[in-house]
Design a binder for this molecule. Sequence first.
Ligand code: SAM
Length: 364
Amino acid sequence: MVNLIWKNKADITLKLDNLKKEFSNFFESFMIQACLDNEEIPVRSSYKGWKNKLFWGQNLEVLCHLLNEFENKIDLIYVDPPFFSGVNYKIEITEKNETFDSIAYYDHWNKDLDSYLQMFYQRITLFRKLLSNTGLLFIHLDWHASHYIRLILDEVFGENNFVNNIIWYYYNKYSAGKKNLPRAHDNILVYSKSDNYTFNEIRLPRKKPRKQLMRINVNGVLKNLKDENGHVRYRIVNDKKLDDVWKIPCLQPASKEWTGFPTQKHHSLLERLIKLGSNEGDLVADFFCGSGTTLLAAEKLKRRWIGCDISEYSIYLTRKRVLNYHNDSQIFYPFDLLTHMNDERSKLIDSGFFQKDLLIKRKK
Ligand SMILES: C[S@@+](CC[C@H](N)C(=O)[O-])C[C@H]1O[C@@H](n2cnc3c(N)ncnc32)[C@H](O)[C@@H]1O
């Protein structure tokens, strides 16, 4: 077994009992997100008693807090964290006639790979604790650090629990490179906690129908099916089993899903992934939720969800996206907004920030 070592590598497991206690009553609900106005809320009966949760805060604290109630209870965790790209992602915000710049999120680590890896090591340990025995963890990365994180996942989950390295091939993104081939894919590492994980077959339509040999299973061995004259039999197939290379475009500004949040992922990617690894009513979580793509997809696919992000712009966009979807569908799943209140946050909430009409644009 190969183990990755870095400066100040420290296992969080020994501190967990204290951390669970420290963060058990740490968050308070600051807005019961019933609806945009005060209309009566139709709630799906199977969800009675459950409220989705959107945490505004540091995910390490949220994960420790959740351990008190959700150990072994989350069915699917997807995260799309900073990739160690060395870039801070800027945005331009317009409110009425006023425009100002801000940072959507930070991914500049001053080349300090050690602290990036330690950040991951702690969180991966906590993801494993929260994941149900039939659950799946999806970690979205790219060439910058996926090779390191895979070793950490092997250490925490066990290399036998590696399920897939999904290649998201985004063929429509311009990528410069004179001394290397244009980089056109991300890696989504998938791990489970046991052999008994939820895994739903997905089939994709083929461009043209195709003639395929018919096969039968004889004592565990696949053999060609033959007719009474000994001729192999064929069938016409219109679809194909999904493999681990997913050709899905990068989201474009013209899309009605576009929020302006940097590195927003395509909704088709998240919808496919949630369908693959969970069923209706299951609990899906994203602890780096950005503009809320995972949570909106979970909502549309009738999964329960927990989300978290440290940026107020993420919480702003996620809240708006889910509420706008409800407005269209007329069905309501209530969700709570939670945070650890401090003066700065309290001021922002009191200023009506979350209810404002903001135009957010990615700035290069
Ligand atoms: C790549 S973006 C996620 C984009 C998202 N998948 C989407 O489709 O919009 C990463 C997010 O992680 C958040 N983040 C980074 N560090 C965090 C932390 N320690 N706790 C909570 N959120 C964090 C950032 O604020 C940012 O919104």
